[in-house]
Design a protein around this ligand. Structure first.
Ligand SMILES: *Cc1c(COP(=O)(O)O)cnc(C)c1O
Length: 224
């Protein structure tokens, strides 16, 4: 066994063990643009948490692998029109970034199956309002809205480090924003941050959930 996804997972878990200093950290392996067979291989190696970012690709994979009872994290941008479909199979929604989206998740017909999903408020750490996430100025109002929603359980925050800034500085800001969300609900203590290139910096600043793709899966067929 040389350079397989399962071998890279084992190597990553080793590194993480040395870096996490006894803290509990959830590794979400992001498998977008990779086939269900790769997820199955990692599940057979014992992994349970997987991340996806593109509906309906994610729906099809979750359906194909339903027998495995995995935990699915939706980490991509959520479109209002598709949000309720995504919430049928995704256990954790990492990208709640507007009240409109919360309302869409609460909608539907009476009697529809509507599982309560774990939710993270995605924060935009850039100055570009076109990027995903709520601006820090709107964080408190949105987090309060999520906390009050019958469709969602507020668990914390999520962010992507901006290009062109030291990730450590961005994650430091994220940590203080996460603190604000914890003052709304002390149980909302998850911080989803850190990808293949910056997970150590994220961990240094309190990340509880790492979203790791290429370092474990290998390169994706097309970029995202
Ligand atoms: C693809 C993706 C990741 C994983 O990125 P890598 O650099 O491959 O580790 C993490 N978070 C989000 C939101 C993604 O879309």
């Amino acid at each position: 066994m040389t350079d397989t996804p399962a071998a890279r997972l084992a190597a990553f878990l080793d590194e993480l063990e040395g870096a996490r200093r006894g803290r509990e950290v959830t590794l979400v392996v992001v498998t977008k643009l990779h086939p269900a067979s790769l997820v199955r291989e990692l599940a057979e190696a014992g992994h349970r948490h997987f991340g996806e970012s593109r509906h309906p690709e994610s729906r099809d994979k979750a359906a194909e692998l339903e027998d495995l009872g995995l935990t699915w994290h939706f980490v991509g941008q959520l479109q209002r029109k598709k949000a309720r479909q995504v919430a049928r199979y995704a256990d954790v929604l990492h990208s709640i970034d507007s009240v409109d989206l919360v309302e869409a998740l609460e909608g539907g017909e009476p009697g529809d199956e509507r599982p309560v999903r774990d939710a993270l408020v995605q924060i935009n750490l850039t100055d570009d309002p076109g990027r995903g996430g709520v601006a820090p100025a709107g964080l408190d109002a949105l987090a309060e809205r999520v906390a009050a929603s019958p469709a969602l359980r507020l668990r914390g925050v999520m962010a992507v480090a901006p290009l062109g800034e030291e990730p450590a500085r961005a994650f430091e800001r994220l940590a203080s924003l996460a603190e604000r969300v914890r003052s709304i609900d002390p149980d909302a203590d998850w911080i989803s941050a850190g990808m293949s290139g910056d997970w150590r910096e994220a961990l240094d600043h309190g990340a509880t959930h790492l979203r790791i793709g290429t370092a474990i899966t290998g390169n994706r067929a097309t970029g995202l």
